[in-house]
Design a protein around this ligand. Structure first.
Ligand code: SF4
Length: 145
């Protein structure tokens, strides 16, 4: 039986990105090895598509705002918790999540000033999954899977 791999929904071509588009990648090699379980934390957390882009402005306490200044923290936390629930239910140990996303990134996120500057930090969902022992990869690390 193939191992399960949680994957950002936008990476399999679903139009769930903030701008209504996707980040589709070539899944040929992954599909041979894994059963893919797609999930979009921002959509499942209750945000619409398309939606204004959001950034993390504070880690402690956690706060995210969109580019119109609205506090969207609750949507991001709800989405992350739903993602973790799914991962636990499906006994998922690995996730392939989109780089640089305030939800999904395993390495860098935008710094909260909406100026395109990245800082070394995890997205909200990636952090929660990692804290629970799930290994999170991004789309530039497919060779490690
Ligand atoms: S929250 Fe994650 S899955 Fe959803 S669009 Fe953003 S990067 Fe893709």
């Amino acid at each position: 039986m193939k191992q399960k791999l949680l994957i950002s929904s936008c990476l399999i071509g679903n139009n769930v990105k903030y701008n209504g588009k996707n980040n589709q990648i070539d899944l040929t090699s992954l599909e041979k090895k894994y059963t893919l379980i797609p999930f979009c934390p921002e959509v499942e957390g209750g945000l619409p598509t398309p939606r204004p882009p959001s950034e993390i402005v504070s880690q402690n306490p956690l706060k995210l705002i969109n580019n119109q200044g609205k506090d969207v923290t609750k949507f991001f936390v709800d989405g992350a918790e739903k993602c973790l629930d799914l991962a636990k239910k499906e006994r998922i140990k690995k996730a392939l999540l989109k780089a640089n996303s305030p939800s999904c990134s395993n390495s860098f996120v935008y710094d909260g000033t909406f100026s395109g500057k990245l800082v070394k930090e995890l997205g909200v969902t990636a952090k929660l999954l990692k804290d629970e022992g799930i290994t999170v990869y991004n789309e530039n690390e497919i060779g490690k899977l």
